[in-house]
Ligand binder design. Sequence first.
Ligand SMILES: Cc1cc2nc3c(=O)[nH]c(=O)nc-3n(C[C@H](O)[C@H](O)[C@H](O)COP(=O)(O)OP(=O)(O)OC[C@H]3O[C@@H](n4cnc5c(N)ncnc54)[C@H](O)[C@@H]3O)c2cc1C
Length: 408
Amino acid sequence: MLDGTIEAATIAPSIFGLDGREPQPFALRAEAVAGIAGEHAAAVDRDGRFPAEALAGCKAQRLMGMAVPQSLGGDGASLGDVADVCFRLGRQCSSAALIFAMHQIKLHCILRHAGGSAFHEGVLRGVAAQQWLLASSTTEGLNGGNVRHSAAAVEALEDGTVALDRDSTVISYGAQADAIVTTARRSAEAAGSDQVLVVLLRDHYRLDPGQSWDTLGMRGTCSRGFKLRARAAAEQVLPVGYDVIHARTMAPVAHVLWGAVWSGIAAAAVERAQTFLRTAARKARGQMPPGAAHYTRAQSGLRNLRLMVRDGVARCEAAFADEARYGAFDFAVAMNLLKVEASEAAVATVMSALRACGLSGYRNDGESSIGRQLRDVLSSPLMINNDRIVSSLASPALMAPVPAGLAD
Ligand SMILES: Cc1cc2nc3c(=O)[nH]c(=O)nc-3n(C[C@H](O)[C@H](O)[C@H](O)COP(=O)(O)OP(=O)(O)OC[C@H]3O[C@@H](n4cnc5c(N)ncnc54)[C@H](O)[C@@H]3O)c2cc1C
């Protein structure tokens, strides 16, 4: 494996080619998984365990490789299709949805920046055929959430391979992943911001567990710390610098897909509040319960969230189709603010749903409990801290023109 090749024997043909059936639309496939995810979501949260059933469902429905181009064995799904799957999963199990989103973010980094590299195309084929699960390692040591700075460096060895030793603060589902996609300093001499992205298959690394993951929410992502020790072929480093990958794919795709997950969580809370209020109104012979005003806010919050995410999808897809759009002044600002605004709107929406349900929503037991959704969604402003993003946008925001008309 260290020569960067992937054995052809490990790559099976797509199930759709075997039995002659047409693939189902993505939404139907996602709903089939969401049903499974929902059945196990409470146990995943309670036990802080990996949502194995939901991820097995994603694999059975061939969703892991949905965005891989058809020429490499995938479905060639659009970013909008992927975001919709994230939303549907998020309604049922936040952890499963976030895991699916993180996998898709890394997949997009590879498929958009492989630049014809045989190794990376082999990985894409592996994801499509074997439904491999990709994990992400960006957070490191004392760096906190500064994704654009790495401490550990890729070290070129005399035999042409590379080594990487990394103190990864958190790697979600690191123990369950088939591959890890990690940032690193380009070389021992490079500055912390001169980064590359390295794709490591399971044979290429060892993980020694570090800090555990016992958190308020998102407990099923199993995002514990690890010491990552890797040895790989030099060609496993993506041919494009991470600065480009980050601006063009990693940040915009992450913000869209995370936003879709958080919108799904908010939708679950809104649905619970709606059921609670309808039941209460029926019992009160049609009289609106006092919490109904909060429900109106929750509904409106969810509508705005979905619009934000859809706008993000449209901007991203337009930039994917026409690279000149990356140069548009407000692309980076809009895509970064999407993360900040979607996370804050998602928290506010879930809070409104909780207030609509009152004590019934605050309880951990009962069908109107909003506890799990609230704990899970509270991770959203922290996951790449909103303060960090907003302060980094001060200069570009100041330079962006103020629109003269409504349609500008
Ligand atoms: C559910 C979940 C899953 C995750 N999975 C992964 C994973 O798979 N792989 C991975 O690598 N990482 C993962 N992360 C980590 C994530 O990417 C961030 O690195 C992490 O959330 C940042 O943590 P932090 O708040 O400690 O760090 P920081 O961003 O350093 O923030 C620390 C504190 O400093 C403040 N702060 C920072 N910068 C500024 C500023 N410029 N102005 C004002 N205040 C500032 C913040 O408000 C905060 O209070 C995950 C996080 C979560 C919540």
